[in-house]
Design a protein around this ligand. Sequence first.
Ligand SMILES: [Zn+2]
Length: 122
Amino acid sequence: MTLWFIAISCCWEYFRSMGQQININYVKTESNLSVNQKNLLEKTIKEHALIAGKILRLPFITITVYPKPSWTIPETGENGFTPSAEWIQIYIDPKNKLHRFDFIARKIIPGTIYHEMSHVAR
Ligand SMILES: [Zn+2]
């Protein structure tokens, strides 16, 4: 019983120490995000970057969110770019004409994260 407990705690610590370091930062632009929008985005990005990071075995990644409508795809309100093995840029249009911000953040951004993180892995 005790041994099981120790074994499980060790595994847990091991996975936690392997755990990804995800840094998220935001570029201030004229299309700036509200605090609520940032919180929602942060939640989505963390959740999916952690899953992708585990699967792809990426120990650390910095994700820069850039509210820049002209760099997004009008049909989705987002886009992404991976300049290096440590760094992803996510572009988002908070005033997209087709989709509300909540929809972009919850339903579209996860796909963007997985897509860009697959570029990090390769
Ligand atoms: Zn791509």
